[in-house]
Design a protein around this ligand. Structure first.
Ligand code: 5GP
Ligand code: ZN
Length: 116
């Protein structure tokens, strides 16, 4: 489930500190250390998956659950009505830096329309 060399696995296990705002048996959410918007959360599965490339059908339930967490966090952080963006960078060209799949939840201001 966990990868010993992965920073987000360490965060999920609370081996390194972070501002964890939600946790259940499958998912952890914490504040991004370098926020790009007033609300900038990272939502991850505890199970180490490197990227979207590893999201096979066996993880459909997990990803559905994770989006339910995103929906509730958007409400909790007050951006459900004003709007927000969910971003998953994948691979080098996608700008992925941390090799544990994560979903950025960005909001609290009008975000640039630009994608890519
Ligand atoms: P990526 O570019 O891989 O999509 O995004 C990685 C994100 O993880 C970045 O927004 C970065 O600020 C965040 N990040 C990297 N290391 C840490 C850390 O140790 N703690 C927290 N809370 N966020 C981190
Ligand atoms: Zn990991």
């Amino acid at each position: 489930m966990y990868n010993d060399d992965c920073i987000f696995c360490k965060i999920a296990q609370r081996k390194i500190p972070s501002d964890i705002i939600y946790e259940d048996d499958q998912v952890v959410a914490f504040k991004d250390i370098q926020p790009l918007a007033p609300v900038h959360l990272l939502v991850i599965p505890k199970n180490h998956l490197s990227s979207v490339n590893e999201v096979t059908s066996e993880y459909e339930g997990l990803i559905g659950h994770l989006f339910g967490v995103i929906r509730r966090l958007a409400q909790e952080f007050g951006v459900a009505e004003t709007g927000y963006r969910v971003v998953t960078n994948t691979g080098a060209d996608g700008g992925q830096v941390v090799g544990h799949i994560h979903f950025h939840l960005l909001g609290g201001q009008a975000l640039e329309a630009k994608i890519g």
